[in-house]
Design a protein around this ligand. Structure first.
Ligand SMILES: Cc1cc2nc3c(=O)[nH]c(=O)nc-3n(C[C@H](O)[C@H](O)[C@H](O)COP(=O)(O)OP(=O)(O)OC[C@H]3O[C@@H](n4cnc5c(N)ncnc54)[C@H](O)[C@@H]3O)c2cc1C
Length: 234
């Protein structure tokens, strides 16, 4: 909305890709069941002179064995992250005291020579992950699968990871195309598919990096080979 003005735009399908806010957007339709259980990831910032890093490091939390990272940042060194269900509003998520202690313990454990204390923390921030609600008790156990839901012409897609954005986009697009009337439906551009397949990729390794299973990865490669330019409009 520009300057509070409301425009009416006729469309066959509307795509809702608002991440952790997906349920809020779906709520514009009226009463709909929640699909997401967002999880918060918090970070701490340390001044460079207290934690001088030239390269990014990873280590494990002494509390629960989760991997954490420390990354050089233009305002210091960033340490993250946590994974806790976000209770309450999604706007302005903040690190809780518990998360600050958790991250501090981790950095003290992994880099004891730095002798960091709470007084060294010079900043912090948090973000919310769009986790599909599959009744997991702990966020770390929650699946990072993406979901696509169709409600009265609204195609909502959320979940997944940065690394799976093409899978999510391809699945969403497939649903969108299925909802279009025949005369608006595109056909597959097989020429593009022939030019693209990355046959020399190490698929086993890439499937592990992507967090997808091997079969799912192959399905994604097959689809995404034509995902950037899949359609030729009639
Ligand atoms: C702390 C943290 C660490 C993470 N680490 C990793 C990682 O290591 N690897 C990885 O792969 N993924 C990671 N992720 C997950 C990754 O960031 C998300 O999976 C990804 O951003 C989801 O993409 P998206 O496009 O669905 O949602 P988003 O990136 O959240 O995009 C949604 C957009 O919609 C906008 N929006 C919301 N409501 C409206 C509205 N009403 N109107 C218009 N726009 C709206 C939002 O402002 C936002 O820009 C992490 C996430 C967090 C929070």
């Amino acid at each position: 909305m520009d300057a509070g003005q409301v425009y009416q735009v006729p469309a066959h399908v509307v795509v809702n890709a608002t991440g952790a806010w997906c349920d809020q957007t779906r709520g514009l339709l009226g009463q709909v069941p929640g699909r997401l259980k967002p999880s918060r990831g918090s970070h701490l910032l340390f001044p460079r002179h207290r934690l001088p890093l030239e390269v990014a490091l990873t280590g494990l939390s002494p509390d629960d064995g989760r991997p954490l990272f420390a990354v050089p940042h233009r305002e210091g060194t960033l340490v993250g992250t946590t994974d806790v269900f976000q209770q309450g509003p999604l706007e302005n998520p903040r690190p809780s005291r518990h998360e600050v202690d958790y991250l501090l313990r981790s950095v003290q454990h992994n880099l004891p020579q730095a002798r960091l204390t709470l007084a060294d923390v010079c900043g912090g921030f948090a973000g919310v992950r769009p986790i599909v609600d599959m009744a997991a008790e702990e966020p770390a156990e929650a699946s990072r699968e993406e979901g696509v839901w169709v409600e009265r012409g609204l195609v909502s897609t959320a979940g997944g990871k940065l690394t799976t954005y093409r899978v999510t986009a391809a699945e969403g697009l497939e649903v969108v195309v299925g909802l279009l009337p025949d005369h608006r439906r595109p056909t597959l551009n097989w020429g593009w598919l022939r030019r693209c397949p990355p046959i020399d990729w190490n698929h086993k390794r890439l499937s592990r990096c992507s967090g997808l299973g091997y079969r799912r990865w192959l399905r994604w490669v097959w689809r995404s080979a034509w995902a950037p330019k899949p359609w030729r409009w009639r």
